[in-house]
Design a protein around this ligand. Sequence first.
Ligand code: SAM
Ligand code: SF4
Length: 338
Amino acid sequence: MALDSFSTLVDPYERRVRDLRISITDRCNFRCTYCMPEEGLKWLDRSEILSFEEIARLAMIFVERFDFDGIRLTGGEPTVRADLPVLIEKLSGLIVPSTGKPVDLSMTTNGSSLRSSAKDLLRAGLNRLNISIDSLNPRIFEAMTRRDNLEKVLDGIDAAIEVGFKPVKINIVMMRGINDHEIVDFATFGREKGVQPRFIEFMPLDADGAWTFEKVVPADEIIEKINAVYPLEPVVHGPEPAQRFRYKDGAGELGVIPSVTKPFCDNCDRVRITAEGKFMTCLFAINDFDLRKLLRSRASDEEIMSEIRAAVGTKWAGHNIGNVNFKRPPRSMSQIGG
Ligand code: SAM
Ligand code: SF4
């Protein structure tokens, strides 16, 4: 692709949009309390979900026409989608026109199947992995995910390290009174294993609607607790949601994602596509844009690009969690793609 055949996407608040999250399925083998209901969530029909070809076409437009440099695959649980390495292979070949480098392709997973899949994912061209693990205690893990799968996830983390993913990050949703006594344990785990914890504030995207501000563990408190045991210093970095810190003794890094207490909306460079091809300009967006309809009505790249531009033109300044005018979006986390 010639370098002059791309343009960049800038939203009404002058933020350059360049990072795409693609949900490749709404299904999951876990039922985390902060995400899905225990039962009763209606799955999308196979025909409603974007095919690999449709995902690859959209990814090509975002990377090669709009110069996006990052794509993260998510869900639901992305590893439940059959033949995942085939999709990864298709996407990992995309080149970012302004740099001439391959797109940074990453995935977020609950890690339960990595023992059997990690090698194939790496070979297919996946660059980076985030693995979710909310407790190191089997009973608390089970209470949070509604699955007795801690051992499998720990083994999945080991598998990711063994095949050579680097860095491996672990995502921990912190919930007051549930797992907040494990903050330092996770720091110790990360230091010993050489993985980077990412502590995430609980957001009001749980299907059960049980979120309250009191259940959020503020990122500042997490940093304070770890700093008291393992002294930390901030890492200077570009725009990204995580605030990063490194251990002063050189034993690695960690991050906190203060989505609720210190939203990073001012620097937000993200947009999302749901499993059924709805384009969303914010996790909390109420409106979405139907890219699947365009794909299936044989729209040209130009027509799809013009819809994407129009959608980005509606990206708002930021969400309003905690304010009286905050409105929960109609979908919960697994239906959007976290
Ligand atoms: N199933 C995969 C997993 O769990 O890693 C990928 C999808 S999951 C929706 C993506 C990330 O969103 C996970 O790290 C999960 O912990 C996080 N998440 C889900 N619901 C959340 C919520 N209500 N608040 C904050 N993070 C949440
Ligand atoms: Fe599944 Fe991930 Fe949601 Fe847990 S957070 S229910 S693993 S999609």
